[in-house]
Design a protein around this ligand. Sequence first.
Ligand SMILES: O=C(O)C(=O)C[C@]1(C(=O)O)C=C[C@@H](O)C=C1
Length: 365
Amino acid sequence: MEPKRTGVELSRPRKRIDAIDQQIVELLNQRAEAALEIAGLKKGSNRPNFAPVRESEVFDGVIKNNQGPLTPSTLKQVFTEIISACRGVQGEFKAAFLGPLQTFSHQATLQRFGKACMCLPQPTISQVFDQVEKGLAQVGVVPVENSTEGGVGQTLDRLYTSSLKVSGEIFTLIRHNLIGADVKIEQVEKVYSHPQALAQCTHWLNRNLPTAILVETASTAKAAAIAAQEKNAAAIASLLAAQSRGLNVLADSIQDDPGNLTRFLVLTKKDCPTTGNDKTSLAFMVPHRPGSLNRALDIFARADLNLTKVESRPCKNRRWEYAFFVDFLGHKDDPAAAEALAELKNASYMMRVFGSYPRGEEPLP
Ligand SMILES: O=C(O)C(=O)C[C@]1(C(=O)O)C=C[C@@H](O)C=C1
């Protein structure tokens, strides 16, 4: 007869885990004490606690020495929370973003700043800028472009009038889920969501819920709130919305494009020094003459600067004139970039560099 299986054979590795956990707790507290000491030293010198370039160095160092079995992306998640907790020990760390809670802007904020950050959802993109400009939040998180829908005009326009610096970028996978309370997928008669989310799930809805009535809401979070109350109703919203309302996920990842990404910018008052893997965002306006845009773009080509984005927006006070928003790989203080920017300044009647910042990582679908 086979011996009865008990938990006995697990006790040795579990004891090892208990001992390791004790060490982790001690080390985490030592790390938090060091962060507190740094905060004390920064206080006198007018340096903000948030140091994005240093955070990139921490991530790079951790990943460089990793032997596995944990993957780099798992370690990044763990250290996002460790740094978040340390920032929290240093003082209240407030992040403003386009609300309400449980939207993709909220998700992007948590993805970058971890759960210890204090969330300040704002009714408009412009108010996100206001909060940081007034010093009421240390960072602002605003959407700047979506991989299928394109640029977010309100963000580009407000960047133009703001003195804030872009000090980071966040790529967030837009995963839509059909969520509901006590409802099975075949019982769903109404689907609530933001018009963009409904549009991004058109094929899935046609195939799976062809007779359901689609109802537009102001946000995906609002849709989740309605679905939590209404019979035979569901919402298209984030996992965060489902979890926070205790709703069931009836179908996950239902967006038509599995690689749908939104890029967010992180706004702060201070510039970032170079890391060696940076991106720069700027805007310029050139005179209305044949070839002037061509000549401006040629400056980047001659400096061997790779443009990752070019977008135009109408100038508000000059009809049929445009500001060109450009991102390139590199830091504004790199010698070749600095020279190119000086040349561009001469060739344009307005140029503003919004900031150079560590390049963000694009998550895999
Ligand atoms: O190194 C610093 O400047 C710190 O304040 C410490 C620390 C960290 O926990 O590693 C915390 C916040 C900063 O944004 C960067 C790093």
